[in-house]
Design a protein around this ligand. Structure first.
Ligand code: CTP
Length: 413
C-alpha cells in the first residue's frame, strides 16, 4: 500500500477527532493523505491539526482562487487512489446520494470516478432512519464502500449503531479497497439477496508456509496470499460461510471471513481438517514441500565443522489428503504453480491429487505473479483447458467463484 494516495474528507461529527489518528495510521503505512475539511468538520478539528498530521495543505473552499489556478479542485479527487469519508455524516451521505454539489466535499464526490470508502458516524436514530438507509442503499448500488458504523456508546449518551469504525478498522478497509475488494460487508448486507454460494461452506488455504530451521530461521517462499485471500473474500461475497487458513502474510484478513493463522504445513493441514466438512475446498496456498526433519531448539552456530546439512523431509500434501479423505468435499480445487510446461504439469497434478479442477499459473520471475496484483491462469479439468486473459487477482477470484457456483449447481449438490 506504500505510495498510495488517499483523499480524506472529514465531515462534521464528533468522531472527526479519530480521523486525526487515521491520518497517522495511513501515513505509517506509507500512504499519503490529502485532507478536505467540510464546514461542519472544522467545528470539531482544526485545519492546522490536519495539515500538521498529513504534511499537506488542507482544502476547505469550493471556489478557491489559488486552488483553481494551480490545479482545480476537481483534480484533487482524480489524483487519489481512494477517497475516504470519515466521519461520513448523514448530511454528506444524503448529498452524495442525491448528486448535490454545493460545497467542496460533495463536488469532489460527484466529479470523480475514484472508488469511495465511507465510515459513517451519526446518532443511531439518524443512521436507522429510512432516509439514511435509502441513501446508503443508493450509494452502495453506485459502488460506494462502507466500513461500520459500529454499535456502541455514543457521544450523545445513547447506545446503538452509529459509532464510527475505529481508525485501524478503517485502515484495514482502506487496504482491502485498494486491493480491489469491493465486498466490504455492510451491517445491512444480511438483508441482501442470497448469493450463489449461500448456505455452502468453503475452506480456502492461502499464502506460504514457514518451516523452521531453528528458532530464528525458516524455509519460505514468495507467495503473498493475495490470490487466496481474494478467493476467500469472493466466496464470502457470494454468500458462503468461509474459513480461510492462512500462512504468514502481510495482506489483511478479508472482512466477513473466519481466518485461521498458521505457520507450517503441518499446522495448515490440522487447521484445514478442523474446518471440514465443507462443500468446496480451494488449495491456493504455496505450501512448502519440505521441512527440516529435526528443527533445532537453539540457534544454529557457525563452527569448525563447516556449513550444516539440513536434513529435509517431505511435508504432508494438504490438497491430496483432503481429496482422498472420507469426508472429501464435493468440489476440490487445487492450484499449480509452475515455471515451465504449465499445462502439462497441471494436468498431471489434476490426476495425481484427485482434484476436480486445477487453476494453473506460471510463477516464473518474468510473469510477476508471485507477490504481484495480476494473474494469467488456465483452468484445467478432465474435460479440457480454458485460458483466461491476464486479470487482477480479485477478478480471477470472482470469476473462479462464479464458475464453482455454476459447477455446484450443475451437479445438483
Ligand atoms: N499443496 C498442498 N500441500 C502441499 C503441497 C502442495 O496442499 N504440501 C497444494 C497447493 O496448495 C496447490 C497444489 O497442491 O493447490 C499444487 O501445488 P504446487 O506447489 O504447484 O505443486 P506440488 O505439489 O508442490 O508439486 P511439484 O513439486 O511437482 O510442483
Amino acid at each position: 500500500m506504500k505510495g498510495k494516495r488517499i483523499l480524506l474528507i472529514v465531515g462534521g461529527g464528533i468522531a472527526a477527532y479519530k480521523s486525526l489518528d487515521l491520518v497517522r495510521r495511513l501515513r505509517e503505512r506509507g500512504m499519503s493523505v490529502c485532507a478536505v475539511l467540510t464546514d461542519g468538520g472544522s467545528q470539531f478539528v482544526t485545519p492546522l491539526a490536519l495539515a500538521s498530521l498529513s504534511g499537506q495543505e488542507v482544502h476547505q473552499e469550493l471556489f478557491s482562487l489559488t486552488a483553481e489556478a494551480r490545479m482545480g479542485h476537481i483534480e484533487l479527487s482524480r489524483d487519489a487512489d481512494l477517497i475516504v469519508i470519515a466521519p461520513a455524516t448523514a448530511d454528506l451521505l444524503a448529498k452524495a446520494a442525491q448528486g448535490l454539489a454545493n460545497d467542496l466535499a460533495s463536488t469532489l464526490l460527484l466529479a470523480t470516478d475514484t472508488r469511495v470508502l465511507a465510515a459513517p458516524s451519526m446518532n443511531l436514530r439518524m443512521w436507522l432512519h429510512p432516509a439514511t438507509q435509502r441513501n446508503v442503499a443508493t450509494l452502495r448500488g453506485d459502488g460506494m464502500l462502507f466500513v461500520g458504523p459500529n454499535d456502541g456508546d455514543m457521544a450523545c449518551g445513547e447506545f446503538g449503531p452509529g459509532r464510527m469504525a475505529e481508525p485501524l478498522e478503517i485502515v484495514a478497509a482502506v487496504e482491502a479497497a485498494l486491493a480491489g475488494n469491493t465486498a466490504i460487508p455492510l451491517p445491512m448486507a444480511q438483508s441482501a439477496a442470497p448469493g450463489p454460494l449461500a448456505g455452502l461452506r468453503v475452506v480456502v488455504t492461502s499464502g506460504p508456509t514457514h518451516e523452521p530451521i531453528d528458532p530464528v530461521r525458516y524455509i519460505a517462499n514468495r507467495s503473498s496470499g493475495k490470490q487466496g485471500h481474494a478467493i476467500a473474500q469472493a466466496a464470502a461475497a457470494a454468500g458462503a460461510s468461509v474459513v480461510l487458513v492462512s500462512g504468514p502474510v502481510t495482506v489483511p484478513d478479508p472482512a466477513g471471513v473466519e481466518t485461521v493463522h498458521v505457520e507450517t504445513a503441518r499446522d495448515m493441514l490440522e487447521a484445514v481438517e478442523g474446518a471440514l466438512p465443507a462443500d468446496i475446498f480451494i488449495a491456493a496456498a504455496a505450501v512448502a514441500d519440505w521441512r527440516v526433519g529435526a528443527a533445532l531448539a537453539e540457534k544454529l552456530k557457525k563452527g569448525a565443522s563447516g556449513p550444516p546439512t539440513l536434513g529435509l523431509v517431505e511435508n504432508p500434501d494438504i490438497l491430496a489428503t483432503v481429496a482422498q479423505a472420507a469426508r472429501r468435499p464435493p468440489l476440490v480445487v487445487g492450484f499449480a504453480a509452475e515455471t515451465e510446461k504449465v499445462i502439462e504439469h497441471a494436468q498431471a497434478k489434476l490426476a495425481r491429487k484427485n482434484c476436480d479442477l486445477i487453476v494453473a499459473n506460471d510463477v516464473s520471475p518474468a510473469s510477476g505473479v508471485m507477490g504481484g496484483d495480476a494473474n494469467t491462469v488456465h483452468l484445467v479439468t478432465k474435460d479440457g483447458v480454458e485460458t483466461w486473459p491476464k486479470l487482477p487477482k480479485q477478478e480471477v477470484a470472482q470469476r473462479l467463484i462464479a464458475r464453482l457456483a455454476a459447477l455446484i449447481k450443475e451437479s445438483g449438490a
